[in-house]
Design a protein around this ligand. Sequence first.
Ligand SMILES: [Zn+2]
Ligand SMILES: [Zn+2]
Length: 229
Amino acid sequence: MPYRYDTHVHTSPVSRCARASVRETVEFYKSKGFEGIFITNHFLDGNINIGRDEPYEKKIGFYFSDYEQAVKIGEEVGLRIFLGVELSYKGTDFLIYGLDKDWYLAHPEIMDMDKTSELRFMMEQGALVIQAHPFREAHYIDHIRLYPHCVHGIETINAERTDQCNDLGNYFADSYGFHKTAGSDNHVAEAAKRLAGMISAEPIKDEADFIRHVLADDMELFLENNDAE
Ligand SMILES: [Zn+2]
Ligand SMILES: [Zn+2]
């Protein structure tokens, strides 16, 4: 039996742009037969719902509150919840897997690093670094930025993006030999038009196990319409 995972999911209130609560999100993915999801809310450098001037520790506490709530609801309904983080730099986004709350609490200096240094440091610390939807275009993005020397992989399928954006990402990934991921970038739970994710032949145990599977390129990527059932 294949196990389906969404690697890119936002929840409200932590992501300011999300429209679905943690409970709506967890229950939705359970109803769609997913085995698990990665909660990847916008980090302190992105569209987070807490003031920039709050102390770092308080912001980290808020950041992890949706994830922690998702873990509890996931245990209740039977959906595995994993942690990811979405970093932002002027509309260029990165998905980080494999670092936990204690790690972020211990490393406030990441907020003072330029993105290249920050990504390299996280990679040294054992994180999997994926550039999300690298060819996204939007009114708030001045230009497309690529970071081919400080990522492990590319999100080549993002359910919120156009085929052109995803196809260019796929070409970029093939050209550099990058690992590939797929995710929904879901901000609205059941209101999402399409869903994307990754299928594993065996259940994913934890974030480290997910990283091993991504680096082994042994998961299948999928994209599908979110049809009402
Ligand atoms: Zn968002
Ligand atoms: Zn996102």
